[in-house]
Design a protein around this ligand. Structure first.
Ligand SMILES: Cc1cc2nc3c(=O)[nH]c(=O)nc-3n(C[C@H](O)[C@H](O)[C@H](O)COP(=O)(O)O)c2cc1C
Length: 305
């Protein structure tokens, strides 16, 4: 049985969602936070809230940081280390130009010198376990070849590979040939990430590749019970799935109602809960929920599920 990790998805897998998923469903070995970045001399208070232990009580959590240089990484560690986390993930895969053009995320893959600098900082903190979440490249699927030797020479718990290039973002096919090549060349355990949406998908990866675990993002947002079903070996029926989804929804809505003052903002926030569930609940019901113009119609649509 492979460990299953919940992928970080900015705007989706925030503290409240993670807490509710962990307490109501489980099956996930660790939740990775959306990346925390250094901005205007500090960490945004929203990002701080997301990683503070009091908002993550009892949840196995791996904070993720994104940095373009040793200086940025060290500044982030100065903030994170007092929070006592023992495992920190470094994002070298974010495809968004806002990050990549500053040499962060997948943008660092064309700058081996910056990766070396970052790895030097990792080596200076042997008390912390680090992992790296990355892609095949920014623009071509062999850029990893100049980065992996540097990572191989650095103590890492594992490398999470999403086998796409940044210009694909999250679309197009995953490159399993390149994944295999990366896996063979890596001195570290490798976690597979990308397009996993069923138990069969998990089992296929498990059978075909010598991976140390699987990280799932959109597949878990679409079917929050997926990891739990894989772990217990039994698929749940649609009625139970729907009950679980609606139960988390009502608790999440209660949470947003408490922290967001304005109803239209509450609606904008809670509605994202359904973004990846079109196939799970069916197009017709999904559209009614997504298109509801106010909270009253939204709740009617949700309750009709
Ligand atoms: C809206 C969105 C936000 C994301 N935010 C992050 C992030 O903060 N850090 C990160 O490493 N990956 C981020 N990702 C990438 C996911 O963690 C994951 O690698 C990607 O969705 C592929 O896995 P999946 O097919 O299982 O979803 C994001 C993806 C999406 C779609």
């Amino acid at each position: 049985m492979l460990p299953i990790y919940f992928a970080p998805l900015q705007g989706y897998t925030e503290d409240a969602y993670r807490r509710l998923h962990h307490s109501n469903i489980g099956g996930v070995d660790a939740y990775f936070t959306p990346f925390v970045r250094w901005e205007h001399g500090g960490v945004r208070s929203k990002d701080m809230r997301d990683i503070r232990p009091e908002f993550n009580s009892g949840v196995p959590l791996v904070p993720q940081v994104i940095a373009s240089s040793a200086k940025e990484l060290q500044s982030l560690l100065d903030v994170l280390l007092p929070l006592d986390y023992k495992h920190i993930d470094i994002n070298m895969g974010c495809p968004f130009p806002l990050q990549t053009r500053h040499g962060r995320g997948a943008g660092i893959l064309q700058h081996p010198e910056a990766v070396k600098e970052i790895c030097k900082v990792i080596k200076e903190h042997p008390q912390i376990e680090f992992s790296v979440k990355t892609r095949l490249g920014l623009e071509s699927n062999d850029e990893w070849k100049q980065i992996l030797p540097i990572l191989n020479d650095t103590p890492l718990k594992f490398i999470i590979l999403h086998p796409r290039i940044a210009t694909q973002q999250y679309k197009g096919t995953v490159d399993m040939e390149a994944f295999k090549e990366f896996l063979n060349a890596s001195a570290h355990p490798v976690i597979y990430n990308g397009d996993i949406s069923s138990i069969e998908d998990i089992q296929n990866i498990e059978k075909q590749y010598n991976v140390a675990g699987i990280m799932i993002g959109r597949g878990l947002l679409a079917r929050p019970t997926l990891a739990q079903e894989y772990k217990t070996g039994s698929t749940i029926d649609y009625k139970t799935l729907l009950r679980t989804i609606k139960d988390i929804h009502s608790k999440l809505l209660e949470h947003y109602t408490n922290i967001i003052p304005n109803e239209s903002q509450q609606l904008a926030k809670i509605r994202t809960y359904w973004d990846f569930m079109e196939e799970t609940i069916g197009r017709k019901q999904w559209k009614k929920i997504i298109k509801a113009g106010n909270m009253k119609n939204y709740l009617i649509a949700v309750n009709s599920l």
